[in-house]
Design a protein around this ligand. Structure first.
Ligand SMILES: [Zn+2]
Ligand SMILES: [Zn+2]
Length: 311
Protein backbone atom coordinates (compact mmCIF):
# COMPACT_ATOMS: atom_id res chain seq x y z
CA UNK A 1 0.00 0.00 0.00
CA UNK A 2 1.36 3.42 -0.89
CA UNK A 3 0.18 6.93 -1.55
CA UNK A 4 -2.73 5.59 -3.57
CA UNK A 5 -4.53 5.23 -0.24
CA UNK A 6 -4.67 9.02 -0.16
CA UNK A 7 -6.28 9.44 -3.57
CA UNK A 8 -9.75 10.83 -3.91
CA UNK A 9 -12.18 7.96 -4.23
CA UNK A 10 -14.20 7.22 -7.31
CA UNK A 11 -17.94 6.78 -7.33
CA UNK A 12 -17.91 2.99 -7.70
CA UNK A 13 -15.60 2.58 -4.71
CA UNK A 14 -17.79 4.89 -2.64
CA UNK A 15 -20.95 2.87 -3.40
CA UNK A 16 -19.13 -0.40 -2.77
CA UNK A 17 -17.84 0.72 0.65
CA UNK A 18 -21.17 2.18 1.71
CA UNK A 19 -22.76 -1.22 1.02
CA UNK A 20 -19.99 -3.18 2.75
CA UNK A 21 -19.96 -0.95 5.82
CA UNK A 22 -23.75 -1.11 6.09
CA UNK A 23 -23.54 -4.92 6.16
CA UNK A 24 -20.76 -4.92 8.76
CA UNK A 25 -22.40 -2.33 11.00
CA UNK A 26 -26.19 -2.29 10.52
CA UNK A 27 -26.53 0.08 13.49
CA UNK A 28 -24.84 2.77 11.38
CA UNK A 29 -27.29 2.37 8.48
CA UNK A 30 -29.21 5.64 9.06
CA UNK A 31 -25.96 7.65 9.16
CA UNK A 32 -24.45 5.81 6.19
CA UNK A 33 -27.64 6.34 4.17
CA UNK A 34 -27.98 10.07 4.82
CA UNK A 35 -24.31 11.08 4.68
CA UNK A 36 -23.75 8.52 1.92
CA UNK A 37 -26.31 10.24 -0.31
CA UNK A 38 -24.49 13.56 0.10
CA UNK A 39 -21.09 11.91 -0.47
CA UNK A 40 -22.43 10.28 -3.65
CA UNK A 41 -23.67 13.61 -5.02
CA UNK A 42 -20.34 15.21 -4.07
CA UNK A 43 -18.46 12.49 -5.99
CA UNK A 44 -20.69 12.90 -9.07
CA UNK A 45 -20.25 16.66 -8.91
CA UNK A 46 -16.48 16.40 -8.57
CA UNK A 47 -16.32 14.18 -11.66
CA UNK A 48 -18.49 16.65 -13.57
CA UNK A 49 -16.42 19.65 -12.45
CA UNK A 50 -13.17 17.89 -13.35
CA UNK A 51 -14.35 17.22 -16.91
CA UNK A 52 -15.96 20.58 -17.51
CA UNK A 53 -15.02 23.52 -19.78
CA UNK A 54 -14.02 26.08 -18.64
CA UNK A 55 -12.14 24.15 -15.97
CA UNK A 56 -12.12 25.03 -12.29
CA UNK A 57 -9.17 27.45 -12.00
CA UNK A 58 -6.26 26.17 -9.91
CA UNK A 59 -5.59 28.00 -6.68
CA UNK A 60 -2.59 30.36 -6.85
CA UNK A 61 0.73 28.50 -7.02
CA UNK A 62 1.98 27.89 -3.48
CA UNK A 63 4.74 30.19 -2.34
CA UNK A 64 7.50 28.13 -0.73
CA UNK A 65 8.49 30.90 1.70
CA UNK A 66 4.91 31.24 2.90
CA UNK A 67 4.64 27.49 3.40
CA UNK A 68 7.94 27.40 5.27
CA UNK A 69 6.68 30.09 7.62
CA UNK A 70 3.53 28.07 8.31
CA UNK A 71 0.95 30.04 6.29
CA UNK A 72 -1.60 27.83 4.47
CA UNK A 73 -1.85 28.30 0.70
CA UNK A 74 -5.47 29.45 0.55
CA UNK A 75 -5.35 31.94 3.41
CA UNK A 76 -5.88 35.45 1.98
CA UNK A 77 -5.56 34.07 -1.57
CA UNK A 78 -7.76 35.53 -4.32
CA UNK A 79 -10.40 32.83 -4.74
CA UNK A 80 -12.93 34.91 -6.68
CA UNK A 81 -12.43 32.64 -9.72
CA UNK A 82 -14.03 29.81 -7.77
CA UNK A 83 -17.33 31.63 -7.12
CA UNK A 84 -19.22 30.38 -10.24
CA UNK A 85 -18.18 26.82 -9.42
CA UNK A 86 -19.30 27.21 -5.81
CA UNK A 87 -22.66 28.31 -7.24
CA UNK A 88 -22.85 25.16 -9.37
CA UNK A 89 -21.94 23.06 -6.36
CA UNK A 90 -24.62 24.71 -4.20
CA UNK A 91 -27.25 24.15 -6.90
CA UNK A 92 -26.54 20.41 -6.79
CA UNK A 93 -25.73 19.86 -3.11
CA UNK A 94 -28.42 21.95 -1.37
CA UNK A 95 -31.25 19.76 -2.80
CA UNK A 96 -29.18 16.62 -2.11
CA UNK A 97 -28.71 17.65 1.54
CA UNK A 98 -32.40 18.58 1.86
CA UNK A 99 -33.38 15.11 0.61
CA UNK A 100 -30.81 13.29 2.79
CA UNK A 101 -31.58 15.28 5.95
CA UNK A 102 -35.30 16.16 5.94
CA UNK A 103 -34.88 18.06 9.22
CA UNK A 104 -32.59 20.50 7.38
CA UNK A 105 -34.81 20.92 4.30
CA UNK A 106 -36.21 24.31 5.32
CA UNK A 107 -32.73 25.68 6.04
CA UNK A 108 -31.46 24.36 2.68
CA UNK A 109 -34.35 26.10 0.90
CA UNK A 110 -33.58 29.35 2.72
CA UNK A 111 -29.93 29.10 1.72
CA UNK A 112 -30.91 28.42 -1.90
CA UNK A 113 -33.23 31.45 -1.88
CA UNK A 114 -30.50 33.68 -0.44
CA UNK A 115 -27.97 32.45 -3.02
CA UNK A 116 -30.45 33.05 -5.85
CA UNK A 117 -30.45 36.72 -4.81
CA UNK A 118 -26.69 37.01 -4.32
CA UNK A 119 -24.44 34.11 -5.38
CA UNK A 120 -21.31 36.07 -4.39
CA UNK A 121 -22.15 35.39 -0.76
CA UNK A 122 -20.68 31.89 -1.25
CA UNK A 123 -17.22 33.35 -1.83
CA UNK A 124 -17.55 35.23 1.45
CA UNK A 125 -18.64 32.00 3.13
CA UNK A 126 -15.57 30.18 1.85
CA UNK A 127 -13.27 32.94 3.08
CA UNK A 128 -14.96 32.92 6.50
CA UNK A 129 -14.47 29.13 6.74
CA UNK A 130 -10.80 29.47 5.79
CA UNK A 131 -10.17 32.24 8.31
CA UNK A 132 -12.17 30.40 10.98
CA UNK A 133 -14.19 33.62 11.28
CA UNK A 134 -17.08 32.56 13.52
CA UNK A 135 -18.49 36.10 13.63
CA UNK A 136 -18.78 36.33 9.83
CA UNK A 137 -20.43 32.90 9.65
CA UNK A 138 -22.90 33.86 12.39
CA UNK A 139 -23.78 37.04 10.53
CA UNK A 140 -24.23 35.13 7.28
CA UNK A 141 -26.45 32.57 9.05
CA UNK A 142 -28.61 35.33 10.54
CA UNK A 143 -28.95 36.98 7.13
CA UNK A 144 -30.18 33.71 5.64
CA UNK A 145 -32.28 32.85 8.71
CA UNK A 146 -30.58 29.48 9.17
CA UNK A 147 -28.81 28.03 12.21
CA UNK A 148 -25.06 28.68 12.18
CA UNK A 149 -24.02 24.99 12.56
CA UNK A 150 -26.30 24.10 9.65
CA UNK A 151 -24.79 26.85 7.49
CA UNK A 152 -21.29 25.65 8.41
CA UNK A 153 -22.19 22.04 7.50
CA UNK A 154 -23.76 23.03 4.17
CA UNK A 155 -20.90 25.36 3.23
CA UNK A 156 -18.32 22.68 4.03
CA UNK A 157 -20.11 20.24 1.68
CA UNK A 158 -20.41 22.87 -1.07
CA UNK A 159 -16.78 23.99 -1.03
CA UNK A 160 -15.28 20.47 -0.81
CA UNK A 161 -15.60 19.24 -4.45
CA UNK A 162 -14.57 22.66 -5.79
CA UNK A 163 -11.45 22.79 -3.62
CA UNK A 164 -10.60 19.19 -4.55
CA UNK A 165 -10.53 20.26 -8.21
CA UNK A 166 -8.73 23.56 -7.56
CA UNK A 167 -5.85 22.28 -5.43
CA UNK A 168 -4.37 19.67 -7.76
CA UNK A 169 -0.82 21.04 -7.65
CA UNK A 170 -0.74 22.00 -3.99
CA UNK A 171 0.04 18.55 -2.56
CA UNK A 172 3.37 18.23 -4.37
CA UNK A 173 4.42 21.77 -3.42
CA UNK A 174 3.65 20.98 0.20
CA UNK A 175 5.73 17.79 0.08
CA UNK A 176 8.64 19.77 -1.37
CA UNK A 177 8.35 22.47 1.30
CA UNK A 178 8.19 19.94 4.16
CA UNK A 179 5.18 21.30 6.02
CA UNK A 180 5.45 20.14 9.64
CA UNK A 181 2.24 21.46 11.17
CA UNK A 182 -0.88 19.69 12.39
CA UNK A 183 -3.13 22.04 10.40
CA UNK A 184 -3.80 21.67 6.68
CA UNK A 185 -1.12 23.34 4.52
CA UNK A 186 -3.73 24.09 1.88
CA UNK A 187 -6.65 25.57 3.82
CA UNK A 188 -5.53 25.68 7.48
CA UNK A 189 -8.28 23.41 8.85
CA UNK A 190 -7.74 20.52 11.25
CA UNK A 191 -7.54 16.86 10.20
CA UNK A 192 -10.42 14.39 10.56
CA UNK A 193 -8.37 11.26 9.84
CA UNK A 194 -4.83 9.93 10.17
CA UNK A 195 -3.60 7.30 7.74
CA UNK A 196 -0.69 4.99 8.41
CA UNK A 197 0.85 3.93 5.12
CA UNK A 198 3.98 2.07 4.12
CA UNK A 199 5.56 5.02 2.34
CA UNK A 200 8.85 4.97 0.47
CA UNK A 201 11.46 2.44 1.45
CA UNK A 202 14.21 4.45 3.02
CA UNK A 203 16.63 2.68 5.33
CA UNK A 204 17.15 5.41 7.94
CA UNK A 205 13.47 6.16 8.01
CA UNK A 206 12.61 2.50 8.17
CA UNK A 207 14.57 2.17 11.38
CA UNK A 208 13.06 5.29 12.88
CA UNK A 209 9.44 4.66 11.91
CA UNK A 210 9.26 0.89 11.54
CA UNK A 211 8.53 1.49 7.88
CA UNK A 212 5.35 3.44 8.45
CA UNK A 213 4.40 7.02 7.75
CA UNK A 214 1.51 8.95 9.20
CA UNK A 215 -0.48 11.20 6.90
CA UNK A 216 -3.24 13.53 8.05
CA UNK A 217 -6.31 14.24 5.94
CA UNK A 218 -7.93 17.66 6.07
CA UNK A 219 -11.51 17.82 7.32
CA UNK A 220 -12.42 20.72 5.02
CA UNK A 221 -10.54 20.44 1.71
CA UNK A 222 -9.60 16.74 1.83
CA UNK A 223 -5.89 17.24 1.15
CA UNK A 224 -3.40 14.93 2.90
CA UNK A 225 0.02 15.80 4.22
CA UNK A 226 2.70 13.89 6.04
CA UNK A 227 3.05 14.46 9.78
CA UNK A 228 5.22 13.14 12.59
CA UNK A 229 4.23 9.64 13.52
CA UNK A 230 4.09 10.27 17.26
CA UNK A 231 2.90 13.79 18.07
CA UNK A 232 -0.39 15.49 18.86
CA UNK A 233 -1.59 17.40 15.76
CA UNK A 234 -3.43 19.88 17.96
CA UNK A 235 -0.78 20.98 20.51
CA UNK A 236 2.34 19.31 19.08
CA UNK A 237 3.35 17.43 22.22
CA UNK A 238 5.58 14.39 21.65
CA UNK A 239 5.68 13.38 25.31
CA UNK A 240 4.77 9.64 25.42
CA UNK A 241 3.07 10.01 28.83
CA UNK A 242 0.69 12.60 27.41
CA UNK A 243 -0.43 10.42 24.49
CA UNK A 244 -2.72 7.41 24.63
CA UNK A 245 -4.70 5.44 22.11
CA UNK A 246 -8.01 3.61 21.99
CA UNK A 247 -9.36 0.83 19.81
CA UNK A 248 -12.66 -0.95 19.39
CA UNK A 249 -12.55 -4.73 19.72
CA UNK A 250 -12.29 -6.54 16.42
CA UNK A 251 -11.20 -3.46 14.46
CA UNK A 252 -7.47 -3.46 15.11
CA UNK A 253 -6.52 -1.37 12.08
CA UNK A 254 -8.52 1.57 13.46
CA UNK A 255 -7.34 3.55 16.45
CA UNK A 256 -7.90 6.93 18.03
CA UNK A 257 -4.87 8.81 19.32
CA UNK A 258 -5.72 11.10 22.20
CA UNK A 259 -3.68 13.79 23.95
CA UNK A 260 -4.03 14.27 27.71
CA UNK A 261 -2.43 17.70 27.47
CA UNK A 262 -4.98 19.38 25.16
CA UNK A 263 -7.77 16.76 25.54
CA UNK A 264 -8.13 16.32 21.78
CA UNK A 265 -8.15 13.13 19.69
CA UNK A 266 -7.90 12.04 16.10
CA UNK A 267 -9.11 8.76 14.62
CA UNK A 268 -6.72 6.88 12.38
CA UNK A 269 -6.51 3.87 10.12
CA UNK A 270 -3.51 1.65 9.45
CA UNK A 271 -3.89 0.61 5.82
CA UNK A 272 -0.59 -1.27 5.55
CA UNK A 273 -2.13 -4.69 6.16
CA UNK A 274 -5.40 -4.07 4.35
CA UNK A 275 -6.01 -5.81 1.04
CA UNK A 276 -8.72 -3.29 0.14
CA UNK A 277 -8.38 0.29 1.31
CA UNK A 278 -11.81 1.70 2.22
CA UNK A 279 -13.20 4.87 0.76
CA UNK A 280 -11.90 7.37 3.31
CA UNK A 281 -15.14 9.33 3.67
CA UNK A 282 -16.98 6.09 4.47
CA UNK A 283 -14.13 4.96 6.75
CA UNK A 284 -14.54 7.98 9.04
CA UNK A 285 -18.28 7.32 9.30
CA UNK A 286 -17.58 3.67 10.13
CA UNK A 287 -15.33 4.80 13.01
CA UNK A 288 -18.20 6.51 14.80
CA UNK A 289 -18.27 3.85 17.60
CA UNK A 290 -14.61 4.72 18.25
CA UNK A 291 -15.45 8.45 18.32
CA UNK A 292 -18.16 7.78 20.89
CA UNK A 293 -15.80 5.69 23.04
CA UNK A 294 -13.10 8.38 23.10
CA UNK A 295 -15.55 11.23 23.62
CA UNK A 296 -16.93 9.34 26.63
CA UNK A 297 -13.40 9.54 28.09
CA UNK A 298 -13.61 13.33 27.92
CA UNK A 299 -11.80 14.01 24.65
CA UNK A 300 -12.98 16.28 21.82
CA UNK A 301 -12.12 15.75 18.14
CA UNK A 302 -9.27 17.83 16.63
CA UNK A 303 -11.74 18.84 13.90
CA UNK A 304 -15.46 18.86 14.61
CA UNK A 305 -17.36 17.19 11.77
CA UNK A 306 -21.12 16.74 11.34
CA UNK A 307 -20.88 13.04 12.28
CA UNK A 308 -18.43 13.23 15.19
CA UNK A 309 -20.50 15.93 16.89
CA UNK A 310 -23.82 14.09 16.68
CA UNK A 311 -23.89 13.13 20.35
ZN1 LIG B 1 -7.48 21.68 3.97
ZN1 LIG C 1 -2.40 17.78 22.32
Amino acid sequence: MSHSALDTADQARLTDWLTRTREEAPQLAPILDSFGAVLAERARLRADLAGQTPPVPPVPAPDKERLLSGVPVLLDADLSGLTPFLGQSAARLLPAMAAAFPALATDMERMAAALAKDAAVLGGGLEALLRGDAGALEQMAQGMEVAEPVLRFALAQIVRPVLECAQQDVAQAVRDAKWLHGRCPCCGSGPDLALYIAGEVEQSEFLKNHGGQRWLRCSLCGMSWRFKRIACPECGTEEPNELEFFTVEGRDHERAHACKKCKRYLVGMDVRELVDVPDLDVAVLAMLPLDILVQDKGYAPVAATPWNTLG
